[in-house]
Ligand binder design. Sequence first.
Ligand code: F6R
Length: 611
Amino acid sequence: MCGIVGYIGSQQAPAILMDGLKRLEYRGYDSAGIAVHDGAKLCSLKSKGKLVNLAGKLENTPLTGCLGIGHTRWATHGAPSDINSHPHLSSDNLIAVVHNGIIENYMEIKKELTAKGYKFISETDTETVAHLIDYYYTSGFDFREAVFKTLERIEGAYALGIICKDYPDMLIAARKNAPLIVGLGEGENYIASDIPAILNRTRKVYFLNDNEIAFVKADSVEIYNRNHEKVHHDVYEVKWDIKAAEKDGYEHFMIKEINEQPKIIRDLIEHRMPENGNRIDMDGIKLKKDDIDYISRIYIVACGTAYHAGLVGKNIIEKITRIPVIADVASEFRYKDPILDEKTLLIVVSQSGETADTLEALRIAKKNKARVLAVVNAVGSSIAREADDVFYIHAGPEISVASTKAFSAQVIAMELIACHMAMEIGRMSAEEFKAIKEEFYSIPSKVSAILQKSITEKELAKKYVQSKNVFFIGRGLDYIISKEGSLKLKEIAYLHSEAYAAGELKHGPIAMIEESSLVIAVMTQERLYEKTLSNIKEVKARGAKVIAITLNDNKLIGDEVDDVIYIPHSSWMLAPLLAVIPAQLFAYYVAYLLGTDIDQPRNLAKSVTVE
Ligand code: F6R
């Protein structure tokens, strides 16, 4: 989604803004722009397309100044174009605004301002904000008050960066339902929608809360709430290294992140299942026997890949605790009038911690007195801050739009939560825990072994790159990995792909199987081998080519398929962590051969902060 960066200090803002925007490219965008205060006036440059277009314009028309705001836009209101790009300026060039989110009542405000003589040149909701601030400002309010007044009028979600021609020493930032941070430097300060934008310049940040406004000068930052009361924030020191947000020699972030998985899994397991301990370290999360006994229902809610991790959680929690769990995608859950009360536990799963639908699901649950446990990667994100308890997965920054390492860490988190609950309520004995712990500890090296043999997926990608339709099939946990594998292929290779529960094929989808079809069968659940095998035979009989992803001791698969990707043996519960790796690699290499924009696939955004 859109990205914001802002700077105030003594250095030249344009270079800092462009560098920050470059670091936000991964979020997905279709146009970009900057506005700079040159000491006398506001100047802006905007361009449709990638940042290199904007950089070209900047080379032809250099801007100078030590205060500025920049933006990468992911179109919502109005197509990607120079005019619709941010920053938006008021007609008299007094105010410039960058905005992430959606102003829901912009039509009404636009109508009022048009009646007052304001001329709108873009199709965006954001332009309304620039004109509205201008309206209050030119009516006699000072810059700060004009922004306060504007925030009272606008509805919806926003992270805003605002500058004014008459205030060369002030950058204003405001947020509601969209992330925004203030970065603290020496004699200079920043604003950004995301830490990587400024991490090479400062590690000290304030996370703004909803309905807060920051008045940022070169040597001071003051934060106020909507009641005009000054609020205090602790400085948060970002722990992770800038290297984590760089490619580090890899061609794409996605392949780098795929390769980071053994370490992330190892760190998470060692942290939560200390070698000499006999329990899972839940870091103070309230999920003791009494808490679990009190719960009457559990929901797991998330979007996309995080939802798939949630589905793994649902299956495992139900299987080993015998507590029923409902898993739902957040965009559906929020409009379903779900049954929620103080006996409900809602587990939300989110890499970014900012996904609008997931955040809203959390808020609905809290409003109805449910307890919320968040499984989150981004420290300090909105979901992490609003949940009652947080299980951090500590996967480090995930830059590639397609989620890989966060998925594995989310799956581990769900499995650990399941095991913890089972132990608390006496459904997992100390011996069983010991055995499963050993299994967990074996996973990182098994993932490494799969990665070392990635030549297999590369070769298979070459062989099947021309496939027009790809079907992933599996049963139980293998069905969930099928869904994840299919999603990866769709999002980065733009290949039509579907995932089906293998047993469902003959209830309709098998009609689509023909000579050119590729079927990828995930087979790691030994008790279901024979069932899936019969489904493989059904598609083979209709001319499909079949690749199986299965455990290396599967004797049944033999000559039944065209190709096999063997993965190390694993227990049913942990097999998803292994099976997903070939699926990720296959999608990556197919996309590579097709020449798509792997880290920033078309139309997609990293953090989906709008509905
Ligand atoms: C797929 C992908 C998305 C996200 C989804 C939720 O590769 O990245 O499907 O998983 O948008 O995002 P988070 O986890 O940030 O809530």
